[in-house]
Design a binder for this molecule. Structure first.
Ligand code: UD1
Length: 416
């Protein structure tokens, strides 16, 4: 259990780099076993989810070396096809290994981790994708079991633009004979990143970033190098931190286009947001104004992962905000913890109604999921007195050093 202690009331100031993207690197790590190639990655963030993925790759037989933010994966010896609960329990999104393991070994058995902090995480779309590509795909208890003598290119229609199912389809389709077309694909920047990586591996693929992705062929390369894109939710976290605490913060090495929905909302709240090439600066002076309504949707809509972070900023804004959550069922768990800090929030189904209060006060609160935990830390930056966030390890799954980054900007924050 980590305990975060935040003394609220310090404004933030300075420049800070943005870490490599968690959600981009995880499918890239999985895809690295598609062939016998050697993959050299840079800008890999030091996160618990990355540690868990590298552990899975080692168990599958890969040789891995890691130095600083670089990771070298030699996939030639990879042979395993089973990921037991001991491996997948460490990482919520281990289903992302399905396409790669099936493509490499012709079969895959992946134990799904038990209940998820964001509510049920169905895998029907992942199974649909594998079946469309010619695999047998079933659930056996909590295990996904897939088998295919040969994967065949196919037209895949996704009824919902699932990020993970789109990624699994792209990865598995690389090993399929013939052309695959994914209709209704997710359009997140991480999908564009995965296409870039798969092309570097030898895929002939186009369309990522639109709802139609075409995978035509795959001519594996021996050696692949790739630098992981900046983390857009990490960037959104630092911007919302400044909105909570007040101050003047500049993010270096970010992709402003990826976080337009978040910067638009912060501008609407009265923050000054200056956007340059690969950098974003936010200046927050005085009390912000509530953004009115925030509706989470697949990209390019407002990201569900940033909903708790913006809510932290809305707690003390002037006026009311309605948050409508359309992606995950249990994504307001931070709200009851925020109420302990003096926030005024009512939740009902998909809606959370926040009435801005003049000030929050420090409290003992519990991080119940990754972004909700980060949001409590942000709320603590703007609260009077000490906030103590007890965290069974969620926040470190996604942030390299949130305490270090905030402390470097002047926050009084510690973790033990
Ligand atoms: C990814 C991100 C996560 C982000 C989410 C939505 C990673 C590692 N995680 O998660 O941070 O919050 O996208 O932007 O990249 N669904 C089904 N059946 C399926 C798969 C998904 O019904 O087979 C539903 C889910 O329950 C959820 C919705 O689709 O309600 C979105 O899920 P999805 O886009 O698949 O998210 P992930 O890939 O799990």
């Amino acid at each position: 259990m980590s305990v975060w202690r935040i003394q609220g009331g310090e404004k933030l100031a300075g420049m800070t780099p943005v870490q490599g993207s968690k959600n981009a690197v995880l499918p890239v790590l999985a895809a690295a076993i598609l062939t016998d190639s050697e993959t050299e990655l840079t800008n890999v963030p030091a996160l618990r989810d990355v540690d868990a993925s590298l552990h899975i790759l080692r168990k599958l037989g890969c040789n891995i070396s890691r130095e600083g933010d670089s990771v070298l994966i030699d996939a030639a010896p990879a042979a395993g096809c089973e990921l037991g609960r001991d491996l997948t329990g460490q990482m919520r999104s281990s289903v992302i290994f399905l396409g790669a393991v099936l493509a490499r070994s012709g079969r895959a058995r992946i134990a799904l981790p038990g209940g998820c902090e964001l509510g049920p995480r169905p895998v029907d779309l992942h199974l649909q994708v594998m079946r469309a590509l010619g695999a047998q795909a079933e659930m056996e208890g909590d295990d996904i079991v897939c088998r295919a003598e040969k994967l065949r290119g196919a037209h895949i229609d996704l009824p919902f633009p699932s990020v993970g199912a789109t990624e699994n389809a792209m990865i598995a389709a690389c090993a399929a004979e013939g052309t695959t077309v994914i209709h209704g694909a997710a359009r997140e920047p991480e999908i564009v990143e995965l296409q870039g990586f798969l092309r570097a591996m030898g895929a002939v693929m186009s369309g990522a970033g639109t709802d139609r992705i075409v995978i035509d062929a795959f001519r594996p390369k021996k050696h692949v190098t790739w630098s992981v894109m900046p983390d857009r939710i990490g960037a959104a976290t630092l911007l919302c931190a400044c909105a909570c605490a007040g101050g003047d913060v500049e993010l270096l090495g970010s992709e402003p286009g990826h976080i337009a929905a978040v910067t638009d909302a912060l501008s609407a709240m009265g923050a000054r947001v200056d956007i340059g090439e690969n950098r974003v600066r936010i200046i927050c002076r005085g009390r912000l104004t509530a953004p009115g309504r925030v509706v989470t949707r697949p990209y390019p809509g407002f990201p569900t992962d940033a909903q708790p972070l913006l809510m932290a900023a809305a707690l003390t804004a002037r006026g009311g905000t309605v948050f409508e959550e359309n992606i995950f069922d249990r994504r307001f768990r931070h709200a009851s913890q925020m109420v302990r800090m003096g926030a005024d929030i009512r939740t009902e189904g998909r809606l959370a109604v926040v009435r801005g209060v003049e000030r929050l006060h420090g409290a003992h609160v519990l991080a119940e999921d990754l972004r909700g935990g980060a949001a409590l830390i942000l709320a603590g930056l703007g609260a009077e007195g000490e906030t103590v966030v007890e965290d069974p390890g969620h926040v470190d799954r996604g942030y390299e050093s949130l305490d270090g980054a905030l402390a470097a900007l002047g926050a009084h924050i510690g973790k033990n």
